[in-house]
Design a protein around this ligand. Structure first.
Ligand code: HEC
Length: 297
């Protein structure tokens, strides 16, 4: 019996199905990505990396840094809560209002907390409950915000403020989200390690800042040359035993500067509509507030 036609039809369906799942549907989902704006300050996001950082991305790629470092922060959930940010003038009433919406706190703790704002009153509640509590607190003249805190192991490690989303990679081609995490995630390393000197020294010899590090040194990104009469301002300041010795200086090559500019440009932390973050910002306590709060338990 000739089943050629069946084999053909079934293979065609199989191939079409996989093509739709792997090419067409992702394209429909993500292909129309555009620049967006941050929430709530409406800044354009993401902006293209500056020229030097774009060159550095090629160094990152050619050195294969992505084999040990991911650039994708994962998130399990968001935790909604309420934080009091400004005390207003009537502290006694504020303390009462807080104790009504959050009876789990002791009076002493609340009386102390309202003098050192922001104070996270509720955490892990429903949005409606947080909003109701906010209104109850604001009738006392205080200010409170409903907080939205992304949570998950990556965020607890301090690798970012929120999960990574496709928009973070909009201007990167190719994207290098990475698959292995021999080293820490670098999606926000620019915010975490803003000091270019730290990054350069770490590239010269990771053992200096992280004794026992598995990261290889990238010495060929630096030029070792005899220190002249006047040492260069760019020369790395290295602890004894980690440099080439007296009479020599270590100067970052252009590739090292570019790579560091790229690392500094990695900062996927602005809050977006699809990945919200809303945390209280510390404000200076008003001087006119009534601090004579009774602090009995
Ligand atoms: C063999 C795996 C490996 C490779 C390849 C590698 N790293 Fe690392 N990296 C690590 C490990 C492990 C750490 C954590 C210990 C440390 O700080 O050295 C680390 C730490 C870092 C840190 C500090 C991050 C922080 O939050 O403290 C930066 C920045 C960094 N690496 C950049 C790079 C760059 C850029 C490259 C490519 C030129 C690279 N790494 C290649 C393993 C690697």
């Amino acid at each position: 019996m000739n089943r050629g036609a069946w084999v053909f039809v079934v293979s065609l369906l199989g191939l079409t199905g996989s093509w739709c799942g792997l090419v067409w549907y992702p394209q429909v989902q993500l292909g129309q990505q555009k620049e967006t704006t941050t929430v709530p300050d409406k800044q354009l996001y993401p902006v293209a990396r500056p020229g030097l950082a774009a060159q550095g991305r090629e160094v990152y790629r050619s050195e294969g840094c992505y084999t040990c470092h991911s650039q994708q922060v994962r998130q399990k959930a968001v935790s909604v809560g309420l934080a009091v940010t400004e005390a207003g003038t009537n502290l006694t009433e504020l303390v009462e209002a807080i104790l009504t919406v959050a009876p789990q706190w002791s009076r002493v703790r609340v009386a102390e907390a309202v003098t050192r704002l922001p104070f996270q009153v509720l955490e892990g509640v429903e949005v409606a409950e947080a909003d109701r509590a906010r209104r109850q607190i604001e009738v006392t003249g205080a200010k409170a915000v409903v907080t939205v805190r992304p949570v998950g192991p990556d965020l607890e490690r301090g690798w970012g403020r929120r999960r990574s989303v496709a928009a973070d990679f909009l201007w990167d081609d190719p994207v290098m989200p990475g698959m292995l995490r021999v080293g820490p995630d670098l999606a926000n390393v620019g915010a975490r390690v803003p000091d270019p000197r730290w990054l350069l020294t770490h590239l010269w010899d990771p053992q200096i800042q992280s004794p026992g590090s598995m990261m290889p040194p990238y010495r060929y990104l630096f030029e070792v040359r005899p220190a002249g009469e006047r040492p260069s301002a760019d020369a790395l300041v290295l602890p004894a035993g980690h440099g080439p010795g007296p009479g020599w200086e270590v100067i970052p090559r252009p590739e090292a500067w570019a790579l560091v500019a790229y690392l500094q440009s990695l900062n996927a932390s602005p809050a977006l509509f699809e990945a919200p973050v809303q945390l209280p910002t510390a404000r200076r306590a008003g001087t006119e507030t009534n601090t004579a709060v009774s602090a009995q338990p």
